[in-house]
Design a binder for this molecule. Sequence first.
Ligand SMILES: C[S@@+](CC[C@H](N)C(=O)[O-])C[C@H]1O[C@@H](n2cnc3c(N)ncnc32)[C@H](O)[C@@H]1O
Length: 271
Amino acid sequence: MDTSVVDFYRHAPDYDAEYADLTADIAWSKRLCRMYARGGHVLEMACGTGRITLPIAWQAMQLGYWVTGVDLSPDMLSRASAKVAAEDPSLQSQLQLIEGDMRTVNAGIERYNLVLVPFHSFAHLLTTHDQRAALHNCHNHLQVGGHFVADVFLPDPAKLAHGLTRHAPIIEREAQLADGYNLVRSYTTRYHPATQLLEVTYFYNFYDAIGRLIANRCYRSQTTMRMIFPAEWELLLADAGFTIIDRWSDYDGTPFGTGHGMKMLFLCQRT
Ligand SMILES: C[S@@+](CC[C@H](N)C(=O)[O-])C[C@H]1O[C@@H](n2cnc3c(N)ncnc32)[C@H](O)[C@@H]1O
């Protein structure tokens, strides 16, 4: 078990509040399921709290496909299960959740029409060895002709350069929580060009309605992400046996290399 990832994702309810306004990748994932999964099976690796898994499972109830979500973090996964139980237990007929590692899990080899790795989860794989293991495992889970897409970010040179020097935390995200507190998340980075590793320290500060800091609610959390550059991503995908059939830079289908999107959304096929 990767304890650093598990530790980083231990505040699962805060995660959902932080990303409550992120809906573009949900719509994109639903579109992919409509196009490539009808009547078949979808595997979401690193499904987390089910932020995307539940909406695609709701759609599955209408369109007739089945969804499997895999995640390493017991905290994230139990939040996903709790949401399924609270929203509509009948979703369980369309959805199974498995605690596992995308590098090694066996959720049914060659069973799937579509495998997704959403929202930068792939960046938690810190070595080429781990990246290759995960991609080969995703490939093995697909039927011949099945599709694969990972939401991988295009490294931003300005942000990486910022991480070469020490700096004060940058405020990145604000959110309102169910308990009435306001969350302000800031971060610092440290970039290691030789290993392409970006260490990120997040500071979670909580304030009440009149702006008083709730000191005993605040915490600090650290993670490391491996940067992947475009030619490297192409090589990794080819190494796993994938054929790239389309490339987008954003969820709206902007062709890769145009527009302002900072993503490498490469639609792949097991041929
Ligand atoms: C940024 S969150 C994304 C969660 C969810 N897919 C979403 O879009 O909200 C990254 C997730 O990757 C999971 N993760 C990281 N490494 C993993 C691995 N090797 N195998 C399975 N899950 C992993 C974490 O536990 C976490 O839930």
